[in-house]
Design a protein around this ligand. Structure first.
Ligand code: MG
Length: 351
């Protein structure tokens, strides 16, 4: 089966629930969609939405790079899977947006050409996992209201964005714990907003959080080495851990025992798996995160996550607040638990 045509779209999508984190407020996003069309009519789908703040280029630049490249893949045989993947890995070494969208579309097309699911191709070893759902920076009453809403929908893992003001951050979590107690598990994302001292202060006041993501600035990542070991057990590297090079560096010493892998940082399934394998070799647990993304790339992340034994945390709520998407399906979400559909490729359907 030959790659006959490639269609690439740039789509602006509104969010149904705009949100604020330590360094920005988001109300709409840009997404690239790539369709790899085979000569027998099979269509492989890929998508991406990168954060310039994290990876150094935005989705518009990725879109332009993807457009300029597409003729290079047309005419290739889809069966030469690893060869095609290698072409993308090399070409888009510095552009995780184009790399992720092409990479995911190649996986989808290849699996569909064999009539197997992505989960079976990658070797799923975890059937399903709960995802956290995120509450942005809000006042205490609004936070509790939003958690109540998620709790009623079945979610039990709540990620709270902090990093604004440490004392208020602590107060927010104390109030949430008073209100919900052990009914929910709390994950924290400070998005680089704290210092090492703030992190220790927070930990000493609030012991019952499941993990703390990226407490301090990327530029100060080395300072994580100074944290007490018991805190590092629950530190997840996010903005500090973008690509494979970072993964090699941060697995040599204990900067934090959790890696947050996002296909939108590293550039797709292949790069995500490389980081996951480095973590596995070094007894580092995995959290799989996302940007605001299509069901296409969320399903790709979910299937990759469930093929690693060190995957402990899913944070794949990124498609839930999109006002529109190009596809449906991919996974079932019931009471906050995500389970991929057993259909060919990503298991998504164009709407
Ligand atoms: Mg984060």
């Amino acid at each position: 089966m030959i790659i006959d045509n490639i269609e690439i779209e740039f789509v602006k999508i509104k969010l149904t629930r705009p949100y604020t984190i330590a360094y920005k407020t988001t109300s709409s996003i840009n997404n690239i969609f790539i369709k790899i069309i085979l000569n027998n009519g099979i269509v492989g789908l890929g998508s991406s939405n990168v954060s310039k703040y994290v990876v150094g280029l935005d989705t518009k630049q990725s879109y332009e790079n993807a457009i300029n490249f597409k003729n290079e893949l047309i005419g290739k045989n889809i069966s030469y899977f690893l060869h095609n993947i290698d072409i993308i890995e090399k070409e888009f070494n510095k552009d995780p947006g184009s790399k992720a969208a092409y990479n995911i579309a190649l996986y989808d097309a290849f699996c569909k050409s064999l009539n197997i699911s992505l989960g079976s191709f990658l070797g799923r070893i975890i059937p399903e996992l709960p995802t956290s759902i995120t509450v942005g920076i809000k006042d205490i009453n609004e936070t509790i209201e939003e958690i109540n809403e998620y709790y009623s929908s079945g979610f039990r893992y709540i990620k709270i964005k902090l990093g604004d003001k440490i004392n208020y951050d602590i107060e927010r979590i104390i109030k949430i714990n008073e209100k919900f107690g052990s009914k929910i598990k709390i994950r924290i994302d400070a998005n680089q907003g704290w210092s090492v001292d703030n992190t220790i202060k927070f930990f000493n006041k609030i012991k019952d959080v499941e993990l703390i993501e990226q407490p301090i600035s990327v530029d100060d990542t080395n300072k994580l080495l100074d944290l007490p070991e018991k805190i590092k057990e629950i530190i997840a590297l996010d903005e500090s851990l973008v690509n494979y090079g970072n993964a090699i560096k941060y697995s040599q010493k204990n900067y934090g025992k959790i890696f947050n892998i996002k296909l939108m940082k590293c550039g797709g399934i292949t790069s995500g798996r490389k980081i996951a394998n480095i973590a596995l070799l070094n007894n580092i647990d995995l959290m799989w995160g996302c940007n605001d993304e299509s069901i296409i790339s969320i399903s790709a992340a979910l299937n990759t996550a469930l093929s690693f034994s060190n995957t402990k945390y899913l944070d794949l709520d990124g498609s839930l607040d999109l006002a529109k998407d190009l596809v449906s399906g991919g996974f079932n979400l019931k009471n906050g638990v995500m389970k991929p559909l057993n259909k060919p490729g990503l298991g998504v359907e164009l709407i």
